[in-house]
Structure formats: structure tokens, C-alpha cells
Design a protein around this ligand. Structure first.
Ligand SMILES: Nc1ncnc2c1ncn2[C@@H]1O[C@H](COP(=O)(O)OP(=O)(O)O)[C@@H](O)[C@H]1O
Ligand SMILES: [Mg+2]
Length: 256
């Protein structure tokens, strides 16, 4: 589904990504790990069009006969193609309600144009109703249907992170990028998150690319793991290969 070839990203003198290669098959959960500042978030930013890579290819194939070069496309275009992400730091609209936060995610997908939105033409209203129902469905999925009218900022931390994922799901992603979804969670919340990610993957037919600091999460959930250090790919493999890899242990796992 995603093939990244020789990706480079430079910010002035900082080389955040120095020749990254990766392949993600449809339906996989793939992990991306590495010490702070290794370039993980940068790779997500480049995939989602926040930055145009200095060099390299990002080939996205959501279907057998559909291929896109993402490098050079803008974030909106990439989201519409079905690549969506969450952020390392929670980016909810704290003052808006739980339901409104999910509803906003839908807007990317609205097919009606500005004209029909302004004049409230029937097909727009049909779409709006569909979006509303879908938002409610997603809230039910994440167990927040009873909190739909509360302010997003009033939710417990673990629930805010789930709400962010629900908002990403509202855009109908095929490839979902999660940037440290378990950050700041306690062990109980973390266990629930693993279960939750498995459930949504199944239900929404997702392929997932996941950055995570919690080694237990990554090892438990990933079929394949890429390890970055200082912008360089130092290892790739399944969880047991990664745990035994000497360079990884030195650069990363050994630290703790
Ligand atoms: N927009 C930017 N401008 C300048 N430097 C950046 C920018 N984004 C990331 N960096 C730098 O790139 C490196 C990798 O950062 P990042 O991708 O956030 O790492 P990670 O997510 O692995 O912790 C860091 O040195 C960071 O300071
Ligand atoms: Mg990061």
C-alpha cells in the first residue's frame, strides 16, 4: 500500500531523514521506533504532505489499480486519497463538544461544493445527516456516546486520545498514521488502546503505521518494525528480530 524510497528531509543544516526506505502491505500494522529526534514525526509529516521531501518517492497504492505519488501533493489532497493521521500532541478543539470534534473530521469528505453548502441544497442535507449519523456511530465505537455534548477538554486524557483517532476515522482513511497514541497513558489505558487499535483496524479495514515509545505496545501490535536513529534506518524486521538486533539494543533499547 505504501512504498517509501530513499526519502530525505533536510531543514537548513538539520538532516531529519537521511535515506529512509519502507514498505507497508495492505492490512498490516507497522511500527516506527527510535530515540527522540530520530526523525519519526518528520517521516509522518512528509507522508501527509506537511513538508515536501528534499528527495525521494512516496508511492501510495490504495487499490490494485490505483497508484499515487504523494511527494509534492498537499495535505488536503493526501487526506482525500485516504491517508490520515493523529498528532503526537493532542490537537482537539477543546472548547467544542465531543460530537463536534468528530463531525469536523467528516468535512474533508463532503462531496457537496460551497454553493450547495451555502444554499442548503437537498443533497447537502442528505450528506450532513449521513455525517451526523456516522459521527454518532464512531462515538459509540469509542465508548463516548454519553459524553457527546461535553467539552472535549473535559474528557480524561486517554479518552481525548481516542477521540482524536475517531476524528481521523471520520475522514474514511485507508492508511492511518498514529504518532505516539499511547503517550502519557497509564498501563491500563495503554492496554485498552492496543485492544482499541485492533478493533478499529478490523472494523474499518485499515492499514496502520504507528510511532510509539512504549516498547510493549510496539512489540505486541506490530507485524513489522522500522528503527530510526539520527535520520537513518538502522534496522527492520519482526518484533523478535528487532529485540535481538544489536544495533537496536545499543542505540535504543539499551538506553532504558
Ligand atoms: N520544521 C522543522 N524545522 C527544523 N527542524 C525540524 C523541523 N521538524 C523537525 N526538525 C528536526 O528534525 C529532527 C527530527 O525531529 P522529529 O521528526 O520530530 O523526531 P522524532 O519524532 O523522532 O522525535 C530533530 O532534530 C528536529 O529538531
Ligand atoms: Mg515525534
Amino acid at each position: 500500500m505504501l512504498k517509501i524510497e530513499d526519502l530525505h528531509m533536510r531543514f537548513g543544516g538539520v538532516v531529519a531523514c537521511n535515506g529512509f526506505n519502507a514498505e507497508i502491505e495492505t492490512g498490516q500494522i507497522v511500527g516506527l521506533i527510535g530515540p527522540n529526534g530520530a526523525g519519526k514525526t518528520t517521516i509522518f509529516n512528509v507522508i501527509t504532505g506537511v513538508y515536501k521531501p528534499t528527495a525521494g518517492q512516496i508511492l501510495y497504492s490504495p487499490a490494485a489499480n490505483e497508484h499515487h505519488q504523494l511527494s509534492g501533493l498537499g495535505p488536503d489532497k493526501i487526506a482525500k486519497l485516504g491517508v490520515c493521521r493523529t498528532f503526537q500532541n493532542i490537537r482537539l478543539f477543546g472548547e467544542l463538544s465531543v460530537l463536534e470534534n468528530v463531525f469536523i473530521g467528516n468535512h474533508l469528505r463532503v462531496k457537496s461544493d460551497v454553493f450547495s453548502t451555502v444554499f442548503r441544497l437537498p443533497h447537502y442535507l442528505v450528506e450532513e445527516k449521513r455525517m451526523y449519523e456516522k459521527s454518532l456511530y464512531l462515538l459509540e465505537k469509542i465508548g463516548l456516546q454519553d459524553s457527546r455534548d461535553e467539552k472535549a477538554s473535559s474528557l480524561p486524557y486517554g479518552m481525548q486520545r481516542r477521540l482524536e483517532i475517531a476524528r481521523a476515522l471520520a475522514t474514511d482513511p485507508k492508511l492511518l498514521l498514529l504518532d505516539e497514541p499511547a503517550a502519557g497513558m497509564n498501563p491500563q489505558e495503554t492496554m485498552e488502546l492496543i485492544q482499541f487499535i485492533r478493533e478499529i483496524k478490523q472494523e474499518f479495514d485499515l492499514t496502520i503505521f504507528l510511532i510509539e515509545h512504549h516498547m510493549d505496545v510496539i512489540m505486541e501490535i506490530s507485524e513489522k518494525i522500522y528503527v530510526l536513529d539520527h535520520g537513518l534506518l538502522i534496522a527492520e524486521g519482526d518484533p523478535s528480530e528487532i529485540q535481538q538486533n544489536e544495533r537496536v539494543v545499543e542505540a535504543y533499547l539499551g538506553v532504558g
